[in-house]
Write a protein that binds this ligand. Structure first.
Ligand code: ISE
Length: 350
């Protein structure tokens, strides 16, 4: 079976998804694209041989679309995922699943009420498919550093996208690190606090950088720094420190340049080349699952909800001047470790 995918939102990310599906994923065609900027939809449609639509609703309802990939602005996700549920079509929604916890919960309730054996919603936490992250998780599972104690992550972009604010740094960018931290540790995040140094002068629209402190149910403490105007390059780091040693994410390797009496290695300008393979592997796993009627091994709606609960708690901490905030009902879907509670001190939780 060839899965006919319709893509909603063909800005930089949606157009990249179209390219990846077309050139590197088996068993799929891009059959339709929609974008609020219709000329953009037409341009990608011409490249891919897909139909173009003016509205997301028309695309979702089209008989030429078996499954939907949503890469539209975050604020449009809830309504579009909900329409996919109306039409009982599998949907891969870019993160965040929805802008608020309440909307994620509604989508999950609707998905459950359809009572299908195989969930329809997947969430685009593509880092889970990045081979270097997979290696970290595998080594941790095999006990190569003993019990994990601490993790340290960094997420740096060259420049922030226009129109976002300090909260969007958490819900749109930091949400990746929130998801990978909990996924790597197999443990939900139970409490958080938000911190910030002085802000860069290069972006008056938001506090940048920001630092998150995440405490997982198994007692591991994680720091995450997110710096969206780091200028020097796109850079994502992760180190897990355990009882017997530490393991680090292998860096993205650009070519080494030897010139002008120097030797240097470049950075990518954004996440697309760094995570290209992860997007491809994620898309292939999604398409294969749809074709065979199996459960997709991607992040679920529950994972999307868990990440957003943590993100909302961080926004609350930010608005409260860095208070520690407990994360409610963080139940990871699937594979949680028996949650130890050692080392926790929630007496200061507001
Ligand atoms: C963007 O939306 C992404 O998904 C990227 O992975 C992330 O690095 C970036 O900060 C986000 O804005």
């Amino acid at each position: 079976m060839t899965v006919r995918v319709g893509i909603i939102g063909v800005g930089a990310m949606g157009a990249e998804h179209a390219r990846i599906l077309r050139s590197s994923v088996a068993g799929v065609t891009v059959s339709a694209v929609a974008d609020a900027a219709y000329d953009r939809a037409q341009a990608v449609a011409a490249e891919t041989g897909a139909r173009s639509f003016r509205s997301a609703e028309e695309l979702i309802a089209s008989p030429f679309v078996d499954a939907v990939l949503i890469a539209s602005p975050d604020s449009a996700h809830t309504a579009q995922v909900s329409t996919c549920l109306d039409h009982k079509k599998p949907v891969l929604c870019e993160k965040p699943l929805a802008p608020t916890v309440a909307e994620c919960e509604e989508l999950i309730a609707r998905e459950e009420s359809l009572n299908r054996g195989v969930p329809l919603i997947s969430v685009g936490f593509m880092r889970r498919f990045h081979p270097a992250y997979q290696d970290l998780k595998q080594q941790l599972r095999e006990g190569s550093i003993g019990q994990p104690l601490l993790t340290r992550s960094s997420h740096r972009n060259v420049r922030s996208y226009p129109g976002g604010d300090s909260a969007a740094t958490i819900t749109n960018s930091g949400v990746h690190d929130i998801d990978t931290t909990s996924w790597l540790l197999d443990s939900p995040i139970e409490s958080v606090s938000w911190h910030a140094p002085r802000s860069t002068g290069l972006d008056p629209s938001r506090q940048d950088p920001q630092v998150f402190l995440l405490r997982a149910a198994n007692g591991v403490l994680s720091t995450v720094d997110v710096f969206l105007n780091a200028r020097y390059g796109y850079d994502v780091r992760c180190e897990i420190i355990g009882e017997l040693g530490s393991i680090e994410l292998a860096p993205h390797q650009g070519p080494i340049a030897n010139r002008a009496l120097g030797r240097s290695q470049g950075y990518a300008e954004d996440w697309i080349p760094v995570f290209n393979n992860a997007y491809r592997l994620q898309a292939q796993a999604w398409v294969d699952a749809i074709a065979s009627g199996r459960r997709a091994p991607l992040a679920t709606a529950q994972d999307g909800l868990n990440a957003l609960r943590v993100a909302e708690a961080l926004v609350q901490s930010m608005n409260g001047g860095g208070i520690t905030v407990a994360v409610s009902n963080a139940t990871p879907s699937g594979n949680s470790l028996p949650g130890g509670t050692q080392g926790r001190n929630l007496s200061h939780v507001q």
